[in-house]
Write a new protein. Structure first.
Length: 284
């Protein structure tokens, strides 16, 4: 079943014709339903979907038309969405076997506890119970438990409206860190700078260090601004607003300047093997 939501304003002169078009489109598609929403009573729902113009037609959470739509296009869109829903149901395959999980649960918990306590490494466990261990009770328990957890995750993702937004927000913030790294280091690393594995690791660690320095400085400046706001307004800043701000902006930072580090202060920690050795004099 697909749901068509029609957002209208009572004072809008196009509301009656929009309702008639929506009813006719839903009548043409079996299994479709119509929900008429008012901009006053359902303002929160409209804001979450990004609806600011009335009338607006929203099909399964996606705005497909604004104003007076073409009836044929509206019917076609509902039919396509209904077909996608049926195809999505057809590809769902019940793979989770609860008896399989119960059969190997005790050994699986012991294995997980050994990794958690440090008695065994995750690498050794994965190498032992990889795809080559297919048929082993512990392997099958892990596979079906993974099916179950992934099913629960997808149920949350498709049924809880805030959940996918939070997931996408976290992914976007992670990608913003990668964008910051690309801004700090423009171009490619030459082969003479990273021929061996330890050289490549040094280049990557250096870029990560500079990125963390930029984000730390941004975080410090953001915290100072928030502290001033709290003192000025005498009100707490909502955490939902702070969580959407990532310290990856670069507008106030000169990325083409010269970084100077007091290496002499940390010489003993950076090169402990060189401490006590006579330093070579530079030839004039």
């Amino acid at each position: 079943m697909v749901t068509l939501e029609l957002f209208i304003a009572p004072h809008c002169i196009s509301a009656p014709s929009a309702i008639a078009a929506a009813k006719e489109a839903v009548r043409q598609v079996p299994g479709a339903r119509l929900i008429v929403r008012s901009d006053r009573e359902d303002r929160a729902r409209a804001k979450s979907l990004g609806v600011f113009i009335h009338p607006s037609f929203v099909l399964e959470g996606e705005v497909i038309a604004v104003g007076q739509p073409n009836l044929e296009k509206l019917i076609r869109a509902i039919r396509d969405k209904a077909r996608e829903s049926k195809e999505g149901t057809a590809v769902c395959e019940p793979k989770v076997s609860v008896p399989t999980i119960e059969r190997g649960w005790e050994d699986f918990v012991h294995l997980a506890a050994s990794v958690h306590s440090g008695h065994s490494s995750a690498i050794s466990v994965l190498s032992r119970f990889g795809s080559t261990a297919r048929g082993h009770p512990t392997y099958e328990t892990g596979v079906h438990l993974g099916y179950l957890l992934r099913t629960l995750f997808l149920c949350d993702f498709f049924t809880k409206e805030p959940f996918p937004r939070e997931i996408l927000q976290v992914m976007n913030q992670g990608e913003s860190v990668n964008s910051l790294k690309r801004v700090i280091h423009v171009g490619r690393v030459s082969s003479r700078q990273a021929r061996r594995e330890e050289e490549m690791r040094s280049v990557a660690d250096g870029l990560t260090l500079l990125t963390n320095i930029v984000m730390s400085w941004n975080t410090m400046q953001m915290q100072e601004v928030l502290n001033r706001w709290r003192v000025a307004s005498q009100q707490p800043i909502p955490s939902r607003l702070i969580s959407r701000i990532a310290p990856t902006r670069i507008e106030g930072i000169n990325l083409r300047g010269v970084f100077e580090f007091p290496i002499e202060r940390f010489y003993a920690k950076l090169l402990p093997s060189m401490v006590g050795r006579p330093q070579r004099r530079k030839s004039s």
